[in-house]
Design a protein around this ligand. Structure first.
Ligand code: ARG
Length: 570
């Protein structure tokens, strides 16, 4: 149940008036408070405390309200009935109903072939996966896309690099036999990953090499048999490594691993559409789409459809991807999650969607996330000064966790260390406002205390262990709720609202912070309300165990939305 909405709807119904509902900071005043009397008094030109006195009896008629009282200049504090909270909290969170389920294409991760994953892919993967889980929890139909960078200039650069180092390989010969098997040319992924950086560095200083890469890109796209055969040798190596990462990060498998190359198959119908609408304009040997509007104040460059070599660049493949998604998924919404630096690219793309009538702009959304920085405020680097690879980061965190665990004298199995490390990494990412930069500190995020993933898991493990030790729960009739129980249960009743707002605001930090607040309340309850101690009578124990179970279920669902795994012990 969304308690906040339930209470606020009932009060507004009763008073025939839309009032603000708040959760008082000091819970001893009440579970909720409203400024209704103050707003009504202002409208009627009366004294708020007088109005409040008129409202109170009406509120008391609501069967879930225990008491209502006036405070300060005219706030009304409301206390809910124990048994109302008790029964509401016992409902599960599974049956959420939204008014209108949407079909949503979610484009995140979107890794690049022949380029190893680095820190820049963390947020798109982690946040994208959580947003996807949240959307599904709310009942939307999502289709997740790993829109791979698999068809652009970087492919040309990689092939040019291999050609330069192995000019004798069959792919580059005139009499190339496209029917033969070339799988024995496969290289280890570690080696493949070195080609692109090396080629990109060379292209910066060697214009001939750059030119060759441009030509190769265009020829690859036009079906050059040798280049395509070589491409098909390294593509599966990259794909496999991407899938390993997906597994390692415990993100859901993508519904579609389809990127630029897949989109480029639709070049004919898309080009036809653009020509029919007279949208392709020649410009220095290239063909572009003009997207500038008279009202623009900021620069809005045209979108390149064919470059001067006749190749289709990134921009163009995204137009074709829109076309592809329209004719296959026909989604109500497409959400793209990339680094904020791609903001302009998506603004341009959305304009093309509008001009061509593929999608109205309000159905397209780009979420641009900030950079992960090191202590120096610059993009996070490894000790050797390189942009940190994803695997380096995972390893760094694993080591930090191992160190902490051994310092505390514990001995935990490797799977548990992995879960803790993953929670440290992911929770830290999710809890930051996704549109801002943040500083990444491998030591701080692995702490077992404070706003960290390990703290969240630790709390869940603790609850699981109490419930396991207790065995079957015999919940007697409710007596009264202690403050700690009441605050905790009310927090569990805020879960649905949190998930909904997190989705509406595309703000995964709301889920992470909710998890933290919930854990704080759980640990206070745990501390103040002993459960298994011998002197606790059966009735009290039964009630506390029920609270524990409700809290555990809510926390476990929250943890699941963040894509973390609860270990057996910690
Ligand atoms: N592969 C791109 C990158 O690594 C991100 C692609 C995002 N999705 C898209 N449809 N453009 O930056």
């Amino acid at each position: 149940m969304n308690l906040y909405k339930y209470v606020s709807d009932a009060i507004n119904d009763k008073l025939g008036f839309i009032a603000n509902l708040e959760t008082p900071r000091n819970r001893s005043f009440g579970d909720f408070s409203t400024n209704a009397a103050m707003v009504m008094a202002k409208q009627a030109g009366k004294n708020p405390r007088e109005i409040a006195a008129e409202i109170l009896p009406k509120l008391s008629e609501l069967n879930f309200i225990e008491s209502a009282s006036v405070a300060g200049p005219g706030f009304i504090n409301i206390k809910l009935k124990d048994d109302f909270i008790w029964h509401a909290a016992a409902q599960t969170h599974d049956n959420v109903s939204i008014n209108k389920p949407l079909t949503i294409d979610m484009d995140y991760g979107s890794y690049n072939v022949a380029k190893s994953l680095h820190i820049g892919h963390l947020r798109t993967s982690i946040v994208g996966d959580t947003l996807n889980r949240i959307a599904k929890h709310l009942g939307h139909k999502t289709i997740s896309y790993n829109h791979m960078g698999d068809w652009g200039r970087s492919m040309g650069l990689v092939i040019a690099w291999i050609k330069r180092n192995h000019p004798d390989w069959p792919f580059f010969q005139k009499n190339f036999d496209a029917t033969a098997d070339y799988s024995n040319y496969a290289m280890p992924v570690e080696e493949l990953d070195t080609y692109y950086p090396a080629a990109a560095a060379l292209a910066k200083t060697d214009e001939d090499f750059m030119e060759e890469a441009r030509i190769i890109t265009a020829e690859l796209q036009r079906g050059h048999p040798g280049y395509n055969a070589l491409y098909n040798v390294f593509l599966p190596i990259s794909l496999e490594s991407m899938m390993e990462t997906v597994k390692r990060l415990n993100i859901m498998p993508f519904d579609k691993n389809l990127g630029e190359k897949n989109a480029a198959q639709y070049i004919e119908p898309v080009e036809k559409m653009l020509r029919e609408k007279n949208l392709l304009v020649k410009s220095d040997g290239a063909e572009v789409i003009v997207v500038k509007k008279d009202t623009d104040t900021a620069p809005m460059p045209p979108v390149m459809f064919y470059n001067s070599r006749g190749a289709v660049p990134y921009d163009a493949t995204d137009i074709m991807a829109l076309y592809y998604r329209k004719i296959t998924d026909n989604p109500d919404k497409i959400i793209y999650l990339t680094d904020i630096r791609q903001k302009l690219h998506f603004e341009q793309l959305f304009r093309v969607a509008e001009i061509t009538g593929l999608f109205p702009p309000e159905n397209l959304e780009h979420i641009g996330y900030g950079t992960i920085n090191g202590a120096d405020g610059k993009p996070f680097k490894t000790r050797d000064g390189n942009a940190a690879g994803l695997n380096d980061i995972i390893e760094m965190i694993n080591n930090a966790v191992k160190k902490r665990v051994s310092e505390s004298g514990k001995n935990l199995p490797p799977e548990t260390i992995d879960s803790i490390a993953l929670a440290a990494l992911k929770f830290n990412d999710l809890m930051h406002d996704l549109r801002s930069d943040y500083v990444f500190d491998p030591d701080a995020v692995t702490s077992f205390e404070g706003r960290t993933g390990p703290y969240i898991l630790y709390t869940a493990v603790r609850l699981n262990s109490v419930l396991k030790k207790a065995g079957e729960i015999k919940a007697g009739p409710l007596v009264t709720l202690s403050d700690d129980e009441r605050n905790l249960l009310i927090e569990t009743l805020d879960f649905e609202r949190t998930v909904q707002s997190a989705f509406d605001n595309r703000a995964t930090d709301m889920i992470a912070n909710y998890a933290y607040d919930l854990c704080q309340l759980i640990n206070t309850f745990y501390h103040n309300c002993p459960i298994l101690r011998e002197d606790i009578d059966d009735k009290t124990r039964g009630q506390r165990l029920t609270v524990t179970q409700i809290a555990r279920d809510t926390l476990a669902t929250t943890i699941d939305l963040m894509g973390l795994k609860i270990p057996e012990e910690m």
